[in-house]
Design a protein around this ligand. Structure first.
Ligand code: ATP
Ligand code: MG
Length: 569
């Protein structure tokens, strides 16, 4: 193989490895080479061996090393990659003018923010930024039964953590008087009426496409009933309905609800109001008066668009452009409050920050970074196809970010004793990261070690192992504990490298390993594995919230002196 071809193979291998967490494969590289150099097809046998050698060489490099080699020798790859990333981001917005775009994120303060909210908020913010526009955070708080002060705060905390910055914050309930005014305007123009039919009758008429007698009331009667909604009628006795079309194919248009009576105490307004706008009405008025130019919501609302524009027409209000994207959810990790609430109330998960949940609190505790969430959301783009995303896609974005910041530590699982004779030193200095300067630590040892059972189960007398950071040991005896002799520290390939902790100096630690919460719609009773391990005492010196990579185990986030949560491999 000539030098030019070798360089090409190295380039292809580096690019593919770098894009796949540092690992590539012979076959992949070969097919890419043949794709660009088809004339090599009849030399496959000959070039295969060289490819294997180069691939195994590249796979041995850390991601960091691969990146520096690409930067040094193949900078054109990085430019290419940036272009690709740009392309998979968000598409341009229709009718968007620089400086004039206004988007909004409208959560209902009825629960803790989750990955689905993150998707919506990030897309809202990215578009506002893309066009030098504005993002409004609007609490859609018109259902006092479900809303609590605690949730307004939790949503703000979640957005702060995500790094989503809004230009204005408001509550739909701030505008309640104005929303009444708009409701009355519809009543007075006969586009809305007050209906006192029973719920069953309303549903039956909707199914049968029939108008009810309330829809024929005149304006005075409607005005009279509207006033009574504020004091005389009880909850459930009267609603305001939009005059849509009872025979519309779109069931949403069959005279939908604009206002209903709810007697619950509102977290901000207390008991001052009892007539509350429906979601459908509030969102229209708010989007329009807030100057929103582009409004996004999830796809299941698509049928409501006809109503959205019909109300705007009836009130002669300015029209925002409404667009839909898919709901985001992880496999086995539901976001819906309907599912999460019972799990918490029954004690099956501890709280909203339980690491098995897709809430922002939980993702944070588990060691997922906000940067990774943003990259992940943008990588999905603005699609309508439902995304039941595999969690490992988010993990791979996260891994690239935390790898550089994670302190490497030794950890021993199912400890097995090893006594080593002939050690030359009792103080060992170990770097905290293989390539980044994250400092070093000194570990004092004597002849007594613990190894993980898994690393020792195949050892026999005469087996050789390397204690990482120390040197080589030849095993002498194996029984309920092992003994061995130090044989020097020269690097020997093909020798099992094991991590260890010192028997006189170690720390017990519990690690929680979150697994899928649901398997095929059934709650997974084994969704939170807990293991007890021994780690280096240096663990105690790390700050709470630090990310650690326990060598040959995976990334974990330090929760406290005695608990860590498994992030991912
Ligand atoms: P839920 O009550 O199931 O949590 P929701 O849609 O009622 O969901 P809201 O608080 O009303 O929750 O949502 C605020 C914004 O976040 C809305 O624009 C909504 O479309 C969006 N959103 C909510 N859940 C998701 C999701 N899973 N994926 C994408 N966007 C979502
Ligand atoms: Mg909601």
């Amino acid at each position: 193989m000539d030098d030019e071809l070798k360089r090409l193979v190295r380039k292809v291998a580096l690019q593919n490895a770098f894009e796949h967490d540092g690992q590539t494969r012979d076959k992949i590289v070969l097919s890419k080479i043949l794709g660009t150099r088809p004339e090599l097809r009849n030399r496959v046998k000959e070039i295969n061996a060289e490819i294997s050698a180069i691939v195994s060489d590249v796979n041995k490099l850390s991601l960091q090393q691969q990146q520096s080699e690409i930067e040094k020798n193949f900078p054109e790859l990085l430019a290419l990659k940036e272009k690709i990333e740009e392309r998979v981001g968000l598409p341009p917005l229709e009718n968007a003018e620089n400086g004039k775009v206004v988007t909004r994120f409208p959560p209902e303060p009825n629960g803790y923010p989750h990955i689905g909210h993150a998707k919506a908020a990030i897309i809202d913010e990215e578009y506002a930024r893309m066009y030098n526009g504005k993002l409004i955070l609007r609490f859609d708080d018109t259902n006092p039964e479900n809303e609590r002060l605690e949730y307004y705060a939790a949503i703000k905390v979640g957005l702060d953590w995500l790094g989503v910055k809004y230009d204005k914050v408001k509550n739909t309930s701030d505008d309640i008087e104005l929303i009444y005014q708009k409701g009355l305007e519809l009543i007075n123009s006969s586009t809305a009426y007050v209906c006192t039919c029973k719920q069953e009758v309303i549903s039956k008429n909707r199914r049968e496409m029939k108008y009810c007698k309330c829809s024929t009331l005149d304006q005075n009667q409607n005005n009279d009933r509207w006033k009574k909604m504020f004091d005389k009628f009880k909850a459930g006795e009267a609603i305001v309905r939009f005059r849509g079309n009872m025979s519309s194919e779109n069931t949403v248009m069959r005279d939908p609800v604009l206002f209903r009576i709810i007697d619950g105490k509102h977290p901000l307004l207390g008991n001052r109001y009892r007539v509350w706008p429906s979601y459908d009405f509030a969102v229209v008025i708010e989007d329009s008066i807030d100057g929103v130019t582009h409004a996004f919501r999830t796809k299941e609302y698509e049928l409501r668009n006809e109503l959205y524009y019909a109300i705007l027409d009836a009130l002669k209000l300015r029209k925002p452009k409404m667009m839909e994207f898919s709901r985001l959810e992880f496999k086995g990790m539901p976001v819906s409050k309907r599912v999460l609430k019972p799990l918490i109330e029954s004690g099956k998960v501890s709280w909203y920050d339980d690491p098995r949940l897709p809430t922002l609190e939980a993702l944070k505790r588990r060691g997922i970074t906000p940067e990774a969430i943003r990259k992940f959301v943008l990588s999905l783009g603005f699609t309508k196809a439902d995304t039941l995303a595999p969690f490992d896609v988010l993990e791979s974005f996260n891994r690239k970010i935390i790898d550089e910041q994670s302190t490497r530590l030794f950890m021993v699982k199912d400890p097995k004793k090893l006594v080593v004779t002939g050690l030359p030193t009792s103080t060992i200095t170990i770097p905290n990261h293989p390539t980044k300067d994250l400092g070093k630590r000194n570990v004092t040892v004597d002849e007594n070690f613990y190894l993980s059972f898994d690393d020792t189960k195949d050892l026999k007398p005469e087996s050789k192992i390397r204690l990482m950071g120390i040197g080589n040991v030849q095993i002498k005896t194996v029984s309920d504990h092992l003994t061995g002799q130090y044989t020097g520290d020269e690097l020997v390939e093909e020798i099992l490298k094991v991590q260890w902790v010192s028997q006189k100096n170690y720390q017990k630690l519990k690690i929680q390993i979150p697994k899928a919460l649901f398997i095929d719609d059934n709650f997974n009773e084994d969704s939170l594995e807990e293991i007890e391990v021994y780690v280096e005492p240096y663990f105690l010196e790390l700050k709470e919230g630090s990310e650690i990579q326990f060598i040959r185990f995976g990334y974990c986030r330090k929760e406290s002196a005695s608990l860590a949560i498994f992030t991912h491999k």
